[in-house]
Design a protein around this ligand. Structure first.
Ligand code: C2O
Ligand code: CU
Length: 470
């Protein structure tokens, strides 16, 4: 409604706090940023780390003075961070302590179909499932989240998401900030009622006025005058973000969804739609001590200017500190460009809601687990032409493919800028956009979903599946 729309336009939703029925959202930048705990393995062998996670409903302190019923991995909101290294296996036993079925998808990962978190490979309440992650891909900011058929939107909204940070020797050799200067930021929006409980209304676009970063509303982080590595993860169900820094400082983008860019990109603004990631370096070395820099979102579909605050960086009075000889510089090259194969097949996918039923469809069809929408011979490279047909309804979509990282070739005939082209697992589509992606299917065989990652849409059937066959 209009109240929410107005509240959204004000930094921190200050109007909301003045209305009596509104949730107990604190003033912006009044709580410190929390870093989700790094999950400890229950045991490790020379080549594998084993983890146990309990999926359960808990009460979390998200807003002051109230406890919010939240769905969690191991009682943590967001879920604990899993750190993995290329070439070592990660094995996670997930036990479902909720009253609804769960399935866990590792977003962006190259994994066997049996561990992909297929929407119908459900972990029933009280049951467990073991997920095997081979970590045989380049370093990347991945994330894990629920994918239970028709329930993923509500489950993720209520808390079932966490970061999975994959490292490799290239990552470790690059002069990048590490430890506490390497900060994962799961950014999402939410709507709370006056008692501080989550309100989930499917597809309630732009009516989720509270921004949460790592599970807390508009937090602050005290930073030193040095370079930081921020791993931005759009963990919102349906909200695109356009990030910028309030003092006009630039980001140096070093990675996209599936890992490093070959050359870092200087960015004034970064668009991240649901499930997209960007790793950026932010250089606070020349910022005056005592300065507060706000990470802002300026995303807008209309011409109405919109700006809201995500979080704040409070630049310390301390002199620049260094934690190693190579960790406080800006790299100018990252990884070698990977040549993809030559496409031998082209397919087209139309993402469009049925104007009468408002059911979200791909090529006019809802998801059907018994139908394979694309049969692909192992080793093949294809071009997928993806169209957002929702010009009348003005609905944005974002196409995500499981299993692969692809290259976005062009958008409406124009080449996609390198920082948005590769490696990608999700591609943004404004209403009317026509995007071509180049994708090679040369790892596992089996059935995998592709779907809109506005997950309120995928929960309402905007999903298909491809099958890679030998
Ligand atoms: Cu992040 Cu099938 O999803
Ligand atoms: Cu969509």
């Amino acid at each position: 409604g209009s109240v929410a729309a107005v509240a959204m336009a004000l930094p921190g939703g200050r109007l909301a706090a003045a209305l009596s029925d509104d949730p107990p959202v604190p003033a912006p930048f009044s709580v410190p940023l929390r870093i989700p705990p790094v999950l400890a393995p229950t045991r490790s062998t020379p080549d594998t780390d084993y983890y146990n996670i309990q999926i359960r409903e808990t009460e979390q302190k998200i807003l002051p003075g109230v406890r919010t019923k939240t769905l969690t991995y191991n009682g943590s909101f967001p879920g604990p961070t899993i750190r993995a290294r290329r070439g070592r296996n990660t094995v996670v036993t997930q036990t479902n302590g909720m009253s609804t079925p769960a399935t866990v998808h590792l977003h962006g990962a190259n994994v066997p179909a049996s561990s992909d978190g297929y929407p119908l490979d459900l972990i029933e309440p009280g049951q467990s499932r073991v997920y095997h992650y081979p970590n045989n891909q380049p370093a990347a900011t991945l994330w894990y989240h629920d994918h239970a058929h028709h329930m993923e939107a509500e489950h993720v909204y209520r808390g079932l998401a966490g970061a999975y940070l994959l490292s490799d020797p290239i990552d470790q050799a690059l002069p990048l900030p590490q430890g506490k200067f390497d900060v994962p930021l799961l950014i999402r929006d939410a709507k709370f009622d006056k008692d501080g409980q989550f309100v989930f209304v499917p597809d309630d676009f732009q009516n989720r006025p509270t921004i949460l970063v790592n599970g807390l509303p508009q937090p602050y982080l005290k930073v030193q005058r040095r370079v930081y590595r921020l791993r931005l993860i759009n963990a919102a169900n349906i909200q695109p973000f356009t990030f910028r820094l309030s003092n006009g400082m630039q980001f140096l983008q070093i990675a996209s969804d599936g890992g490093f860019l070959s050359i870092p990109a200087v960015r004034q603004e970064i668009d991240l739609w649901p499930s997209e990631r960007a790793e950026v370096l932010v250089d606070f070395r020349s910022v005056a001590p005592g300065t507060n820099v706000v990470l802002e979102d300026t995303f807008s579909f209309t011409n109405v200017e919109s700006k809201r605050s995500i979080m704040q960086f409070q630049v310390g009075h301390n002199a620049a500190q260094f934690d190693g000889p190579h960790s406080n510089t800006l790299p100018d090259r990252l990884v070698d460009e990977v040549p993809l194969g030559h496409a031998t097949n082209t397919r087209r996918f139309l993402m469009q809601a049925d104007p009468n039923t408002l059911e979200f469809l791909i090529n006019g069809k809802p998801f059907d687990p018994n139908r394979v929408d694309a049969t692909i011979k192992h080793g093949t490279t294809e071009i997928w032409e993806i169209v957002n047909g929702d010009t009348a309804l003005q609905i944005p979509h974002a196409m995500h493919l499981h299993l692969v990282q692809f290259r976005v070739l062009d958008r409406n005939g124009n080449p996609e800028p390198a920082y948005d082209a590769y490696p990608k697992d999700t591609v943004r589509l404004h209403p009317g956009d026509f995007v071509r992606i180049l994708v090679t299917f040369n790892s596992y065989i089996g059935r995998y979903p592709f779907h809109c990652h506005f997950i309120d849409h995928s929960s309402h059937s905007m999903m298909g599946q491809f099958e890679v066959v030998a």
